[in-house]
Design a protein around this ligand. Structure first.
Ligand code: ADP
Ligand code: MG
Length: 406
């Protein structure tokens, strides 16, 4: 039984940088929590504070319920796997894994037993006498994990352990890391800047931005009900389409305007969200996930109902086999002002880069058998029940728990 909790934890470095602000995170027994956020948001600082490698400026760290701020790294019983794991090149895999045990003068029999157990769990049994230079990247990463495993830590800390591996191996190692963690049932705090890794690995995911925790939830909840524009844009690839708009109309026929384009919402929505419609409606940031834009057969025809569609000019079509990513430009207004700042740190999508000018980019994820080409003007059908609304000033989600079908 081991749990980890951070209660209002803050870190100010000697140079005045406030890297972490009032952070609350718990990792339950056996739980896998992923801490994700853009580079520089404070993730490594959090792990180093938990490991005891960095002093905690404010707040309380608890391990198994006991205050641990003042414990030495050794007393904390946590093991950390670093991004830049360094194996000792002149030592065998066995010696590398056994290193911390040797340092602690663990008797040879016990040492050997633990190394063999770890090696078996990690699929390294055949390689125990090999030197690191003869190992593949994935095998080296496993050795680095083995070094942490043999210590039987109460808590695992991992700082972007897969980021030095190539894409394919990274995907494979995600499963491996999870498998090992499940077998051992050790509370784990895992850091990554990769939102896909976070989504696929975490029991729960903590999204950080500029030292502040923005949301801590199971992956699907983060995706379906992002707490603010930043989380909405950061989680999901391609990113959520975000436009400036307004909501108005009566509860029976609510309308969302995106510049010159209008989407009619259901009366069910209108009645559930009369808060948005009160006082003649309000300005909002409207979010549309790429999979909630579709191209209906005959969608380009003039007979198409205009109430639920967004018109865009296709710039580029990416065929991924299982889906098409249709990149388009639309006259729906781009998010401006302060809210833009929340989007600049979004996961790099390459193509979805926001540009100046009248046209605003968007992307739709559609059926691969749809025929669509660049240069075409398309009416994308919008799943209006799945729209997200955010406050343009604070970026906070506007009461979506009331209309999200989860
Ligand atoms: P991440 O791991 O999310 O990329 P870090 O925790 O490494 O972020 O850094 C968070 C912030 O703290 C950054 O602004 C970084 O420049 C700053 N920082 C990190 N380490 C130190 C340090 N030892 N001294 C001063 N500032 C630091
Ligand atoms: Mg880091």
């Amino acid at each position: 039984m081991a749990t980890l909790s951070l209660d209002q934890v803050g870190k100010v470095y000697d140079n005045g940088v406030e890297a972490v602000k009032k952070l609350d995170i718990t990792v339950g027994d056996g739980e896998f929590v992923v801490l994700v956020g853009p580079s520089g948001c404070g993730k490594t600082t959090v792990l180093r504070m938990v490991a005891g490698l960095e002093e905690i400026t404010s707040g309380t760290l608890r391990l198994d319920g006991n205050p641990a701020n003042d414990l030495s790294p050794r007393e904390r019983d946590v093991a950390m796997v670093f991004q830049n794991y360094a194996l000792y090149p002149h030592m065998s895999v066995h010696q590398n894994i056994a290193f911390s045990l040797s340092m602690r003068r663990v008797p040879k029999d016990e040492r050997d037993r633990k190394v063999r157990e770890a090696a078996e769990l990690l699929g390294l049994s055949e390689l125990l006498e090999s030197k690191p230079r003869h190992l593949s990247g994935g095998q080296r990463q496993r050795v680095a994990m083995g070094r942490a495993l043999v210590r039987d830590p109460a808590v695992f800390l991992m700082d972007e352990p897969l980021s030095n591996l190539d894409a394919k191996l990274r995907v494979q190692m995600r499963t491996e890391v999870l498998r090992v963690q499940r077998r051992l049932g050790v509370a784990t705090l895992y850091v990554t800047h990769d939102q896909t890794e976070a989504m696929t690995m975490g029991d729960r995911v903590a999204v950080m931005r500029e030292g502040v925790l923005n949301q801590l939830d199971p992956p699907q909840a983060l995706y379906d009900r992002p707490a603010n524009v930043f989380v909405a844009a950061f989680m999901g690839s391609p990113s959520m389409n975000l436009y400036e708009g307004s909501v108005a109309g009566s509860p029976d026929s609510p309308v969302v305007s995106l510049g010159s384009q209008q989407l009619t919402l259901s009366s069910a929505f209108g009645h559930a969200r009369s808060d948005l419609l009160g006082g003649g409606g309000r300005e909002v940031i409207v979010g549309i996930r790429p999979e909630h834009l579709t191209i209906a057969a005959g969608a380009n025809g003039e007979e198409q109902r205009t109430g639920q569609s967004l018109v865009g000019d296709v710039e580029l079509v990416e065929a991924l086999g299982n889906e098409l990513l249709v990149h388009f430009m639309t006259d729906a207004p781009a998010v401006r002002g302060e809210a833009q700042g929340w989007l600049e740190t979004e996961a790099a999508d390459g193509l979805a880069v926001r540009r100046a000018g009248a046209a605003t980019p968007g992307v739709a994820r559609v059926d691969p058998r749809i025929s669509v080409a660049s240069g075409e003007r398309v009416r994308f059908a919008v799943d209006v029940d799945r729209l997200h609304f955010f406050d343009p000033d604070s970026g906070a989600a506007l009461g979506q728990e009331q209309h999200g079908r989860s």
